[in-house]
Ligand binder design. Structure first.
Ligand code: C5P
Length: 234
């Protein structure tokens, strides 16, 4: 097996609510930009093969400044993303075709706390025969469906519900085929890759996610991540 690593970083991060400070994957947490932390986790992992980072064309300089010199070797290649996460992932998958990998792990740049333990759990699920692996954690909150005017419509049972994380990991050929088919069908709004696998009829195995593997979505998340790193290193 050889694992291509695909890191999507082409989003504009509008929900972080601070466009003046740039996309959240380039914001500093601790002493490094978010994306440098995420990349380091994969550079440190024994099973990582070629790494493709999908960036926004406007961010080339930001990326070049953000990625540490020791990381900018032959292993990392950048390609440009598209208007949706789904389009960005497809561009990254196409860039990996020539590398001949058997598997691909697809990771959000904005999840810098992905651990080696989690990567190993995902890897082990493939070793045990899975072609599609999703780390996820059981939903802890009580869930409500709300109406547009701000009233609770109903309570949704959380039994059997999980919050999906990344890396989501796949045998390369079937996820590439599924992504190409989704694009050809004109479907553009899948928000993760497991949902494309599900749509294509590929069984997706759930493995235990990691509560620390948070997605930095809001400005507050960046502040918390910064504090977390500073308290660990001081
Ligand atoms: O928008 P969302 O929070 O789902 O973004 C998740 C990840 O997908 C982020 O790392 C973001 O940079 C990436 N993304 C992308 N191309 C887009 C939109 C999001 O690579 N067009």
């Amino acid at each position: 097996v050889s694992f291509g690593i695909l890191i999507v970083a082409a989003g504009r991060g509008e929900r972080a609510g601070s466009s003046s400070e740039g996309p959240k994957q380039y914001r500093l947490i601790g002493r490094k930009p978010v994306i440098a932390h995420t990349l380091q986790r994969f550079l440190d992992w024994a099973h990582s093969g070629p790494i493709v980072v999908v960036i926004h064309p406007d961010d080339q300089d930001l990326f070049d400044q953000s990625v540490p010199a020791e990381a900018s070797g032959l292993k990392i290649r950048t390609v440009y993303g598209g208007p949706t996460r789904q389009a960005s992932v497809l561009n990254g998958l196409e860039a990996l075709v020539s590398h001949g990998v058997s598997h691909v792990m697809i990771q959000d740049a904005v999840r810098p706390f992905v651990s080696e333990r989690l990567l190993e759990r995902v890897f082990d699920a493939h070793q045990n025969g899975s072609d599609a692996v999703l780390p996820a954690i059981p939903v802890a909150d009580t869930l409500k469906r709300g109406s547009a005017d701000g009233l609770v419509q109903e309570t949704v049972s959380r039994t059997g519900l999980y919050a999906a994380q990344t890396p989501q990991s796949f045998a390369f050929a079937p996820i590439l085929a599924a992504h190409r088919a989704a694009a050809t069908s004109g479907i553009t709004d899948f928000t993760d890759d497991a949902s494309i696998a599900e749509w294509a009829g590929l069984p997706v195995e759930l493995v235990e996610g990691d509560a620390d593997n948070i997605k930095l979505t809001l400005a507050r998340d960046i502040e918390l991540a910064h504090e977390k790193i500073m308290s660990n290193t001081l």
